[in-house]
Each structure stands twice: as C-alpha cells, then as structure tokens.
Design a protein. Structure first.
Ligand code: ASP
Length: 543
C-alpha cells in the first residue's frame, strides 16, 4: 500500500475516533463540564450566593441535572492548592477553612459555550494516544534545522555565481508578494460580497464575545509583544549563528546559510569542496531520516486528528459557519485559479499530477497545522516527485515556509472584514487597502506553527481600528481553519518552487506511482529498502 494511502487511512481513523470517542463525543457519557471564567457557580440552583472556591476551577464532574425553564447542573470539583493559595492571598474568607484536595460542590446553568459538557472518558482516551502524535511531530521537527541549513549552504554554493542567486532571490520574493496580495484580494472580495458578519444573531455574538474574551486578551498580548518592522528586518542577521541554529530561528538560519554559501563560492573550489561535500552528505542522511520518520506518519496523524476533532465542539462551529465557508471557498479559489494557472502555464505541469505529487506534504500540513514542521516532506515531494533541483528547492522552500503564507493572508483578510462587520463598521477602500498591506506583512511575520496567523491578525485589526476583542469570535473555529490554510501555505511554497525551477530552465517531470514503487532510490515508496546502496554510485565518485 502506498504511503499516501496509509496516511489517508490514519487521518480517517483519527477523525472517526475523534467524533465517536473524543471528549466531545455524543455517544460517551458527558459527565464532566468545562467552564469559562465568565460562568457563575452558585450555591443553590437559581440562587444568588456565589461559590468563591469555584474561582480557578475549570473542569468539574456533573453529579445532578435539574431541568426546568433552565437546565441546572450540580457539579463537583477538587480544590487545587494553587487556586486556594491565590484565594487566601486575596483575603477570601471562604478560603480560610478550606484545604487543598477538598471536594467542593456548586451549581451552574448549562449554556454553551460558557459551560460545556464533555466526556472525561473521551479525554482519557485522547490523552492515552496523544503522545504518538507528539512523538511524530518532535521527530519530524528534529530534522528541520539541519536539513534547511545543510541543503541551503550546498544549494547556494552550487548555484555558482551571485547573479543567479540574486535573480532567483528577486523573482522569488516578487512572486511571494504577488500571490499573497492575490490571496487577500480573493478572500476580501468574497467577504465583501457574502458579508458573513451580518449573518450572526445578536445573541450568538454576545455569548461568544463574553465566553472567549480571556483567551482573546492572551492573543492580543502575544501580538503586542511582536517587534516593529525595522527591528524584524535587522533581527534577521544572527549575532551568533550557533545560537540561531540552536533556537531554530528560521530566517536567521536562512540568512547565515546563504552568506556561508556565497563565501564558499568565492573560495577556490579545491579549498571549499570539502565543506560542501560534507554538508551534502549530511543532507543525504537527513533526507533518509525523513523517510524513517515518515513510517510513523499514519499513526502520528491519526493521534493528532483524534485530539483536534475530539476536543472541538460543533455548536460554535455552526454559528460561525458562514465565516468558515467564506475562508474555505477563498482557499479553494486561490488553489485552483492562482496555483492552477501558475502550475499549468508557468511551470508547464499538469495540475492534477502536481497535486498528486504533493499529497504527502499536504496531508501532513493538514494534520500538523504547521508548514515549518512539514518542510522536510515538502522538500522531498518537490525534489523526488517533481524533479526540482536541490539548488532551487533548498532556497525557495525554507524561505517560503517562513515568509510565504497565502492561506494565512487570505484568512486574515476575511477575518478582519468579518469582525468589522460584526461590530457594524463599514470599512472604506482606504481601510481595505490597509488590510491588504498589513495582512501581507502579518503573514510574513507569522511563523509556520499552529495558530501563528491568529496572533499576527491582532496587528492587522489594530491597524484599522477594529476592536481586538473581536478575535474572541473566531477563536473557536481557528484550529479547524488552520489545518486548511496550512495545507494551502505548503502548496503555495511548492508552486513557487516549480515555477522558479522552470524559470531557471529546469526540465520538470512528475514521478509516476509505478516508477516510484519500482525504484527504491526515488520517491517515497521503498526508500528504506535501498539495501547496501544508500549512496548513489555517481555521487561516490565525487569524493
Ligand atoms: N499554521 C500556519 C502554518 O503553519 C500558520 C497560521 O497560523 O496561519 O502555515
């Protein structure tokens, strides 16, 4: 069975497990509740007296349900030492006699999403297998820094001259900017026509805003800590390249690797060859490591999706359906129209074959919501399945995974308009242009990790004077949309790579599934069956 099919099965298993056996499952007993800070816990049903000791508690067990005009839930939770200490510090009388570990009871009104029922059994099941997903992610991330560094130095060194690098760099950055702006135009065009923000009822809006305001504040705080544009540019130069490698600062690593590659090309080749060869071999080893780790991919994605699907409730998702649908439609249009044209006309490849060649990377991007973590696999897809040279892919892909996020930009454009519409603000042309500029920069600034686009969206909202509390509205849906936009981000990087390769005069071919299955040296199938020839013979002769 092909690796792609196995990953797909893994994803299916994860989704089904999430729906039926996750914390939000509708078949397991929902005997637990999660409450947000805004939900009041009172001593008796309908009573006024608040249970002070409920502060700091967010999960509890349901012990009784009282139906009436309103459904009341009697809940029980264990007093945590930390919460107790905080209450004592605040001088709460009730905390004086209480002790940590004590069971406390109270009543809450069942109202989604302030109080949300969940299944503790489902949660235990998710926790039981979560480590597989985390292990898989950790393993694949382990390869990112050495792979990017080695392949970029070797790639730049083998480009040979400055002019080629300057040409490739200039074209790539221009291409990234144009496609990002196009993504924003598509997303915002749709949001202006559909106006998803006008579709939510006043009630839903108030409930959502109240229940998530704490989380939105955290996101805004994260965004406020982001440095200015000038600082960001200067910080690309690493004062200590080893520290940059150790911390995984991707732009700094790219900058240093490019500079080192340039320095190597300026040296006589008899002196530089040893370093280039060493890094080249190290790069081969990293590639092999990617294939070893990918053996775990089907299980990893199953565990990752089990958790995401299992913990995401659906009611909030329904309320935000129109907004989500606009984002998804925008992503689909960008994929088929913009990428479709670039791949067909620019790279002169059949779009279907291109998409098939990218499947492992897209599925991984979808399951991990991280274009950075997927980078090693995207690179393998471009080099092995689409025959892009290592020089081009080593330059375009790491840069793309860091700064080129069309999916993120598109989502930010829609989200900014959606939130503005909810607040009843009519944005004029000037403000919409500001969104295009700031979302382009915000998508550049967003790291390729889950939820990064949400953080930089706060900057976009601030630019146009839309209340950042509005982020609260879209938090519930963000995890799900992140999967789709990450997948598009990855496809965008690969599209840029094949286009740039073609502009550099490379003849691209798509590796057929049959050839992939037959040849253990190419593609994703049977790569670990290479036996005693892990190094290609023609490369042997170079040392
Ligand atoms: N998760 C996205 C990515 O890795 C970034 C985002 O949050 O939009 O590409």
């Amino acid at each position: 069975m092909q690796l792609y099919t196995k990953i797909l099965i893994g994803m299916g298993v994860g989704v089904v497990l999430g729906i039926f056996l996750g914390p939000a499952s509708f078949i397991l007993p929902a005997s637990g509740v999660q409450r947000s800070a805004t939900a009041r816990v009172v001593a008796t049903p309908g009573g006024e007296e608040e249970v002070v000791l409920a502060r700091g508690m967010d999960e509890a067990k349901i012990i009784e349900v009282q139906e009436g005009a309103q459904v009341w839930l009697q809940i029980e939770w264990t007093l945590q030492a930390r919460a107790l200490l905080k209450l004592q510090k605040e001088g709460e009388k009730a905390a004086g006699t209480a002790r940590a570990g004590q069971k406390v009871q109270g009543w809450v009104v069942e109202s989604f999403p302030e109080v949300r029922r969940y299944s503790p059994l489902g949660e235990s099941l998710v926790n039981l297998v979560e480590w597989i997903g985390r292990l898989f992610l950790a393993l694949i991330k382990m390869v990112v820094v050495p792979l990017v560094f080695c392949s970029l130095v070797v790639g730049v060194a083998s480009l040979g001259d400055f002019r080629k690098l300057g040409r490739l760099g200039g074209r790539t950055i221009l291409y990234f900017t144009v496609t990002t702006v196009l993504a924003l135009v598509i997303g915002m065009g749709l949001a202006n026509v559909v106006k998803p923000g006008h579709m939510m009822s006043e009630e839903d809006r108030t409930v959502l805003l109240a229940s998530y305001s704490g989380a939105a504040e955290d996101t805004v705080k994260d965004a406020a800590e982001a440095p200015s544009v000038v600082d960001q540019i200067i910080s690309i130069v690493p004062e200590n390249p080893l520290a940059a490698l150790a911390k995984g600062e991707m732009l700094q690593i790219i900058f240093f690797a490019v500079m080192l590659g340039i320095a190597l090309t300026l040296m006589p080749s008899r002196r530089s060859q040893l370093v280039v060869d060493l890094l080249d071999r190290l790069n081969d080893a990293m590639v092999m490591l990617v294939h070893v780790v990918m053996k775990l991919a089907p299980y990893g994605v199953a565990a990752l999706l089990f958790k995401v699907v299992g913990t995401t409730g659906t009611s909030v998702l329904l309320a935000l359906g129109a907004y989500g649908a606009v984002v998804l439609a925008g992503l689909a249009i960008h994929l088929t129209v913009v990428y479709g044209l670039v791949v067909r006309l620019g790279a002169r490849l059949p779009f279907g074959g291109f998409m098939r060649a990218l499947r492992p990377a897209q599925l991984l991007g979808f399951s991990t919501s991280s274009s950075s973590a997927t980078l090693p696999v995207t690179k393998e897809c471009c080099e092995e399945n689409l025959s892009v040279s290592r020089e081009v892919s080593s330059f375009v892909l790491p840069l793309g995974a860091t700064v080129n996020m069309d999916g993120t930009a598109l989502y930010q454009g829609v989200a900014a308009l959606f939130i503005a519409q909810i607040y009843g603000m009519d944005l004029g042309v000037g403000e919409q242009v500001t969104i295009v500029v700031s979302a382009t920069l915000a998508s550049v600034g967003a790291a390729g990790v889950p939820g990064a686009g949400m953080v930089t969206l706060a900057m976009v909202l601030t630019q146009i004077g839309v209340p950042t509390e509005g982020l609260a509205l879209i938090l519930g849906l963000d995890r799900l949309l992140d999967m789709f936009r990450s997948s598009l981000n990855i496809t965008g990087d690969a599209t840029a790579t094949v286009f740039m390769a073609r502009l550099e005069g490379e003849a691209l071919t798509i590796l057929s599934p049959e050839k992939d299955a037959m040849d253990p040296e190419h593609g994703f199938e049977h790569r670990l069956d290479g036996g005693e020839h892990p190094v290609k013979p023609e490369e042997d002769s170079s040392c």
